[in-house]
Structures are given as C-alpha cells and as structure tokens.
Design a protein around this ligand. Structure first.
Ligand code: NDP
Ligand code: OXD
Length: 317
C-alpha cells in the first residue's frame, strides 16, 4: 500500500494539539504523533515538524514532503541527513499579525520611553521625557518578507520613517527599500530603531554584531539606537550587544530569540537594565488556526500540485 500517513514530530508541548486539530480537519486519515505513536515508518508520507531531532526524517523511506510548523526553517535545514523532498514553511496572516504586534509594541515602548516610566513609577517619580514625533524617527527592518513588509507598513501608517533591507530588490509602498550587501551600510546609517526579522542562514549568522551596531544612527531624544531581534538567536552576538550597550552605540535592546533557548540563567542579558527579554514568543503558531492550511498543503501534493511557501534550500529560507 502506498505511504500516506502524516507524522507530527514537534519538540514541545503542542504535539497533542497539532494531532487533535489535524484529525479534526482530516477525519479518518492516518495521523500519528512522534515518538510514541510513529507506527510503521514506511507508511509515513508527510512529516510536520518543529525542531525534530536530526536524522529522524531520513528514517522515513517513503517521505513525500516536509512541512515545517514554523516560518523559519533553520531547524529543518540544519539536519545533515535531510531527505531530498520538498519543504514548505508557514506563512499565515495570524502568525504575521502576532509578529507585527510584537514589533510595533517594542518600537513604541522605546519610542515612548515606557521602560523609563516603568522605572520611575517604582520610585514614585513624576518626570516627563522629550518625545520626538514618529515622523522624525527612522525605523529600519532587516528582512522584508512576509513579516517585515507588513510590520513596515503598519509602522509607516503610525508615521515612522520606515526602510527595509532585503537580499533582492523589493517594492513596498511607504517603505524605502535597500537591498544587497552593498546597501547595508547606507541602510544602517539612517536607522535609529533596528528590527531584525531575517531568517537564520549562513549569510545572516552573527550579522547583528558590534560593527553593525556602530553604524546605526543615534537619536538624541531617544538616547541612542535601539535593537529589536525577533528573528533567530544565531543572527546576534550576545557579547557584542553587551559591548554596544556599554559604549552607547545601542541605547537598549529587545531580544526574543537566543542561540541557546531557554536563555541560560547565567546570561548577563537577563539582568541588564537596558535589555528586555521575551521567551521566543514574538510569534505564536496556533494549531487551531493553522491545521486546515497544513491539510490543504498535503491535499495539494496529492493532487499533483506544488506546495505553497516552498523553501529554497540553496538560499536557506
Ligand atoms: P521571509 O522568507 O518571508 O522573509 C525573509 C526576508 O529576509 C526576505 O525579505 C529576504 O530577502 C530577507 N533575507 C534573507 N536573507 C538575506 C540576506 N542574506 N540579506 C538580506 N536580506 C535577506 O520570512 P518571514 O518574514 O516569514 O520570517 C522571517 C523570519 O522571522 C523567519 O525566518 C524566522 O526565523 C523569524 N520568525 C521568528 C518568530 C518568533 O517567534 N520570534 C516567529 C516567526 C518568524 P528577499 O525578500 O530578497 O528574499
Ligand atoms: C517561527 C517561530 O519561525 O515560531 O515560526 O519562531
């Protein structure tokens, strides 16, 4: 019999949710949960994965496609035994908007001095700080894909001067576009609040480093440049963030992602007064809202159609 089972291999708590929601949208289908319910591995045709152990996918001899349950696919592409089947990732309005919420929230927390007011409240201090108009603050977004473009448009609607940086040329209304390595410095030189939503690839590893922070424009009223990294921990160098904060090339940072997650308790980032840390929750993927799309992806393959949101293995995203 031809392989047609769907396997959910998810590192974390949502595996049961995924299985339940996928079954709801494809009643009667053979949907399994790794590892306890993997069954005969030769029957597995579709693997839905989030941080599955390396080497696992290679044990499914009849695999037809890999569906990453995430926007970023670095966790899939890092598998040295990755089978040569198509890989799709998540692009969904719910995930995009959650990321946009996070980005706008943290841009505004900095822009409106909210962290300073929080500290003042603890000390019962009543003191105003200069608040520049959004139209005089330059936000720069690294990564003008599904998430970066939408976040840029919302920030531009609020009134910020928004620019984006991508690998290839883009057209996005309300956003000044810079692309390619040669345009990175001009993009940084005009950017006061830097948002990173790049994928983690060989080309972006460690890109958020001291050299880059020193090229950012410092906004006097906001006491310097600000970094928001909601991409992947691999793209930032923690020690360089600490140095940049100490020397003033960064006034502060919001970090959602880290090379090691959970961030070790020993990291000095936890207690740094200018750093805001969140536990990789900028975007959340809801099995309830996404399961229908995942089943639709599988049905596309079964109709002989191409997957949507295919990953380009060579580019790494
Ligand atoms: P997309 O693939 O739609 O966009 C990626 C963007 O990055 C594109 O504009 C691409 O350029 C650009 N890019 C890639 N490589 C380079 C490079 N070397 N130099 C310049 N630009 C580059 O991804 P999404 O917007 O859907 O997601 C972006 C990332 O956000 C994910 O890969 C993931 O790591 C992260 N993420 C984090 C979440 C969280 O909870 N913290 C949740 C969701 C996503 P081009 O347009 O030219 O291809
Ligand atoms: C993603 C994530 O990439 O949740 O979707 O980080």
């Amino acid at each position: 019999m031809a392989a047609n089972a769907i396997l959910v291999a998810v590192d974390g708590q949502s595996a049961d949710d995924w299985v339940q929601q996928l079954r709801l949208h494809a009643p009667g289908r053979d949907i399994r949960r790794w590892p306890q319910d993997s069954g005969n591995l030769a029957g597995i045709a579709y693997a839905c994965v989030w941080r599955a152990p390396h080497g696992l996918l290679a044990t499914f001899a009849n695999l037809k496609a890999i569906i990453a349950l995430s926007a970023g696919v670095d966790h899939v592409l890092a598998d040295p035994k990755l089978p040569q089947v198509p890989i799709a990732r998540v692009v969904h309005p719910d995930l995009t908007m959650r990321m946009v919420e996070y980005i706008v929230l943290h841009v505004l927390l900095h822009h409106r001095h909210q962290r300073r007011y929080d500290a003042q409240q603890r000390e019962r201090v009543w003191k105003l700080h200069e608040q520049p108009p959004a139209s005089e603050v330059a936000v720069g977004i690294m990564g003008l894909g599904a998430i970066g473009t939408k976040a840029g448009k919302v920030l531009a609607d609020i009134g910020f001067q928004v620019a984006g940086w991508s690998r290839t040329q883009k057209n996005a209304s309300g956003i000044e576009v810079f692309y390619g390595q040669g345009a990175l410095d001009p993009f940084l030189n005009r950017t006061e609040i830097l948002v990173c939503v790049l994928p983690a690839t060989a080309a972006t590893d460690g890109i958020l480093n001291l050299r880059l922070f020193r090229r950012l424009k410092r906004n006097g009223a906001l006491r310097g440049a600000y970094l928001i990294n909601a991409a992947r921990g691999r793209v930032q160098i923690d020690a360089d963030i600490l140095t940049a904060l100490a020397e003033g090339s960064l006034a502060g940072a919001t970090l959602d992602v880290f090379a090691q997650e959970p961030l070790p308790a020993s990291s000095p980032l936890w207690t740094h007064p200018q750093v805001t840390i969140t536990p990789h929750n900028a975007g959340d993927i809801s099995p309830r809202l996404l399961a229908r799309e995942i089943i639709a992806q599988i049905e596309r393959i079964e109709r002989g159609e191409k997957l949507l949101h295919l990953v380009d293995r060579r580019a790494g995203y």
